[in-house]
Ligand binder design. Structure first.
Ligand SMILES: NC(=O)C1=CN([C@@H]2O[C@H](COP(=O)(O)OP(=O)(O)OC[C@H]3O[C@@H](n4cnc5c(N)ncnc54)[C@H](OP(=O)(O)O)[C@@H]3O)[C@@H](O)[C@H]2O)C=CC1
Ligand SMILES: O=C([O-])C1=[NH+]CCC1
Length: 318
């Protein structure tokens, strides 16, 4: 008899996901993805339904990893104009790959936030100068927070510069980060001399210019996930070494790549697999649009820990 699916909340996800474990797991999955058929990852480019009337988008992201025996689908809606609700709404449906039954519905807002920062941390680990001291965050929302946490797994920063559209959002984040944080009045001020730049905004036209970026800096370009949206100007894309999460997805969704017509040097998975070089002495860009396999692996860790805890609670009731 099939069991009713569990519901796992965002609070539980935050408690159960160990960031270091997730970093290792996502690094392996990105490598497997770039091996093609041999890697055992099946992940089509997501289906996106524009909800034009309400300025939103709905994405459906299925993925399967045969080596992890993990199957899940994320449903994610992004509504940049949401004010009282997070701009992303999401759920991950976790299925049993052996028979297709539904095991759990997991909060996808927390998974999206955490796994995206961790994917950028994987890229940063390979592509940034190991002596990086100054981090610039452009945007001060959910992803700015998760990226600060994830990148802090790799190193501590002497200075964290923050710019956002609304100064109050940058100030709020700066308060949370503490004494290393500095609120900036422009993108240019935030990125001057920065070693690592992370763009996590909802900009739809370029906000980061090549002339402001220190040669040798590493950029995680995380926003602009539609073919006509951009955060980085064309010259910056063309003059840097560009890596991406998925060539297939970026060639359909990443305006920064499509509209600049820049070359993509490698998928980050190819670097992980040792097939392409990590040219960290040059200015590097990691362009991500988000991959289902990152959600699948996160959901698997959460689900297994959740079930382990349930079993323990039933065997040793308080
Ligand atoms: N690559 C990936 O895997 C993923 C990418 N994303 C993308 O990351 C981006 C950030 O997402 P998230 O943090 O959840 O969103 P939030 O809505 O939580 O935060 C967005 C932040 O960007 C700021 N912002 C908006 N427009 C501009 C602009 N033109 N210039 C500077 N700052 C701006 C907002 O400003 P303020 O509040 O100050 O007004 C806010 O601080 C989005 O583009 C999203 O689609 C999200 C998930 C996965
Ligand atoms: O991967 C993801 O979940 C998303 N990428 C951009 C918006 C949501």
């Amino acid at each position: 008899m099939s069991q009713a699916p569990k519901y796992i909340s965002g609070e539980e996800v935050e408690k159960l996901l160990d960031l270091k474990e997730l970093l290792n797991s996502i690094e392996t999955a990105l490598g497997n993805y770039s091996k093609g058929k041999d890697g055992g990852v099946v992940q089509p480019v997501r289906l996106v339904v524009p909800i034009e009337k309400h300025h939103g988008h709905l994405g459906v992201m299925p993925g399967y990893s045969s080596s992890d025996e993990a199957l899940a689908t994320k449903i994610v809606a992004f509504y940049p104009e949401n004010k009282d609700l997070p701009t992303h709404q999401a759920w991950v449906l976790m299925q049993d790959p052996t028979n297709g039954s539904l095991n759990a519905i997991i909060d996808g807002v927390s998974i999206t936030s955490i796994r995206t920062g961790i994917a950028s941390a994987v890229a940063t680990k390979h592509l940034a100068n190991p002596n990086s001291r100054i981090l610039a965050l452009i945007g001060a929302g959910v992803q700015a927070r998760s990226h600060f946490k994830a990148l802090s797994l790799l190193q501590s920063f002497d200075e964290v510069r923050i710019f956002s559209r609304t100064r109050a959002s940058a100030q709020k984040l700066a308060k949370e980060i503490g004494k290393t944080a500095k609120v900036c009045s422009s993108v240019e001020e935030a990125v001057e001399d920065a070693d690592i730049i992370t763009t996590v905004s909802f900009a739809t036209t370029p906000i980061l210019k090549a002339e402001w970026v220190k040669p040798g800096a590493h950029i995680n370009a995380v926003g602009a996930c539609r073919p006509d949206w951009r955060e980085l100007e064309s010259r910056l894309m063309q003059e840097s070494v560009v890596y991406c999460d998925s060539r297939d997805a970026c060639s359909q969704e990443a305006g920064d790549i499509i509209l600049s017509e820049c070359d993509v040097f490698a998928e980050i998975g190819e670097v992980i697999n040792g097939e392409k070089q990590a040219l960290w002495e040059k200015t590097t860009i990691f362009k991500s649009v988000g991959m289902a396999i990152e959600d699948v692996l996160s959901a698997k860790i959460v689900y297994e820990k959740y079930m382990h805890q349930l079993k323990q609670d039933s065997e040793y009731p308080a």
